[in-house]
Design a protein around this ligand. Structure first.
Ligand SMILES: [Zn+2]
Length: 571
């Protein structure tokens, strides 16, 4: 027996020695960097060694040079800043892709520019394919459209530029759309078409429709577009999803995002995500929340869809997405007392509490994390109440890590409950600065001061906050989002309750280790620590140290996932 043990021992020594000289050779080495590790044990370093997809060592250039072998790829960073790969904690993957297939008209200077962009888009499409755009606003144009009706442009020139393709351009307000001649023909719109109830077909002085359809008249055009979408073959639909996945994937990695929390997909879409990961179309690591309303489907499939670390940690599904209310802009956020600019009205509950409880209990039983959209203070309170009820006697020091998505407007009383229940606040820095212009109008000064985007109060109470953009609601770009967290500065230079700012390191944690924690992945992601996945984002500036005014011009230079450079900025 003793002999056998000794024999096995010797064999294992041999094996270990055999590997050690070869095993220590790095596949990738980063040298001469300003490495911000987000690891308390070693906050700063110069260099990192990577073996396969894992961080092998972090240290000085001298220490890490030991790992260089014949086949090691060396990246000389020349002082550039390395941070752990950015974790986008709340965005909508396919919707990001879809938004990139459409024209973004919000930046157009005038109607002529929109016509030019439509004409250019038409070049890349087959006859009959739709040109879809979003975000135009006639009041922003310089010069104004000529000729015009009530400031709206007239379809003639746009129709000439797009003779073979239907055009549908949604207005920035969401309350009107523009159609070209081709689309109006498909919809059978003529001077004789009457205005539908609740809507207006905008016409010139002769009664001829100019292309603008307001409110319920939008349906006349939407119907035709939806019919087109519904008529596509399964192959065409798959092709569209594939295109969206490709675009979203490229958009993410070009912004330094190495992990993406996808805030709600059906089981069918999760199958597709899996397929696209296998095919190498989706590059960032995906953490997908299940979105399913049908309780029977949920019961049946939720346990089967628990996926952890699929394809070398490229897909995890263990979260379930719900909604309790709407958004602040449209006064859909559920508030404890009425809106200041709509007396007597306090917002909407979009899912009954009984239903939410039933669904959450299924998720709880199956060991799923629940992520609930809550914007208003009442919405947040009701969700905290539900979580507390479901946790029951397991609430104290639990490790369920249930999340509230947005957690935007909070009652002072509820702020400490996040930490007490170990509930994660999954917030969006950029929502604060882009909503700020109407927050006080909606809530009044006092209520906004107490609990609007109350990062400081939440952090001081011991809450874990992770950060995201909610793209395509906001752009996926992490730099303005980080800037919003640390400055709360609006485009006009004003600061929105600056006492709620995060420090630079808190904001970096919100985008890295806290995002990892919010996905049960802090052991493999979120800091530059030996043993974790080699996911890094390389920046042109040190966003933890440069003056505020320099943050916004920071560029993403490289994105590294699992030790592979998946994106490099053009020089
Ligand atoms: Zn969202």
């Amino acid at each position: 027996m003793e002999k056998l043990v000794f024999f096995l021992f010797s064999i294992s020594i041999l094996i270990m020695n055999g590997c050690s000289s070869k095993g220590k050779e790095a596949d990738l080495v980063l040298l001469n960097g300003n490495v911000i590790t987000v690891d308390k044990n070693k906050p700063h370093a110069q260099a990192v060694a990577v073996i396969r997809d894992t961080i092998a060592a972090v240290g000085s250039n001298k220490e890490i040079k030991e790992y260089i072998g014949e086949s090691t790829q060396i990246l000389d960073l020349k002082g550039e800043t390395v941070i752990p790969g950015i974790i986008e904690s709340h965005a909508h993957f396919f919707a990001v892709g879809n938004s990139l297939m459409e024209l973004d008209l919000s930046t157009a200077k005038n109607w002529d520019e929109i016509i030019a962009r439509a004409a250019e888009k038409a070049q890349s499409l087959r006859p009959g394919e739709w040109i879809v755009g979003r975000g135009w606003h006639q009041e922003k144009w310089d010069p104004p459209a000529m000729p015009n009706v009530d400031g709206y442009p007239v379809e003639t020139e746009l129709s000439k530029a797009t003779p073979r393709n239907p055009v549908i351009f949604f207005h920035a307000s969401g309350h009107a759309l523009f159609a070209n001649k081709y689309t109006m023909n498909l919809a059978g719109i003529t001077s004789a078409t009457p205005d539908p109830p609740g809507g207006r077909i905008v016409r010139d002085s002769t009664g001829k429709p100019i292309g603008v359809f307001e409110e319920d008249a939008e349906d006349l055009i939407n119907k035709v577009y939806e019919k087109y979408l519904a008529k596509r073959s399964p192959e065409e639909i798959l092709e569209t999803y594939k295109k969206q996945a490709e675009l979203a994937s490229q958009e993410a990695i070009s912004h330094g995002i190495t992990s993406f929390h996808d805030a709600g997909e059906s089981f069918k879409m999760i199958d597709l995500i899996k397929k696209f990961i296998d095919e190498g179309i989706i590059i960032p690591r995906m953490y997908v929340m299940v979105y399913e309303d049908n309780i029977d489907t949920l019961k049946k499939y939720l346990p089967k869809y628990k996926i952890i670390g699929y394809h070398n940690n490229h897909l995890t599904v263990r979260a379930y997405k719900r909604y309790i209310d709407g958004a602040l802009g449209s006064r859909g956020a559920l508030m404890l007392s009425p809106y200041n600019d709509k007396p007597g009205y306090s917002g909407l509950m979009v899912t009954p509490l009984k239903t939410l409880e039933k669904e959450m209990r299924i998720a709880f039983k199956d060991g799923f994390q629940v992520c609930t959209h809550a914007i208003g203070d009442k919405g947040n309170r009701l969700v905290l109440n539900l979580y507390e009820k479901i946790f029951g006697d397991k609430a104290a020091n639990n490790n369920f890590r249930w999340r509230i998505e947005h957690a935007q407007h909070l009652s002072t009383k509820d702020i400490p409950r996040f930490a007490k229940l170990k509930v994660i606040a999954s917030m969006q820095g950029i929502h604060c600065t882009s909503d700020a212009p109407f927050v006080i109008k909606r809530l009044g000064y006092e209520r906004a001061k107490r609990g609007a985007y109350a990062w400081r109060k939440l952090l001081d109470a011991g809450t874990v906050i992770c950060n995201g953009t909610d793209a395509p609601v906001e752009k996926l770009n992490p730099i303005p989002n980080y800037y919003a967290l640390v400055t709360r500065r609006l485009a006009n230079g004003k600061e929105f309750f600056p006492e709620e700012k995060m420090t630079r390191m808190e904001a970096l944690r919100a985008y890295t280790i806290n995002g990892a924690y919010a996905a049960f992945e802090e052991n493999i992601k979120g800091s530059i620590t030996p043993g974790k996945l080699a996911d890094f984002t390389i920046l042109s500036k040190d966003i933890t140290a440069v003056p505020d005014s320099e943050i916004l011009s920071t560029k993403i230079l490289d994105t590294i996932i699992g030790g592979k450079v998946v994106y490099s900025a053009e020089e």
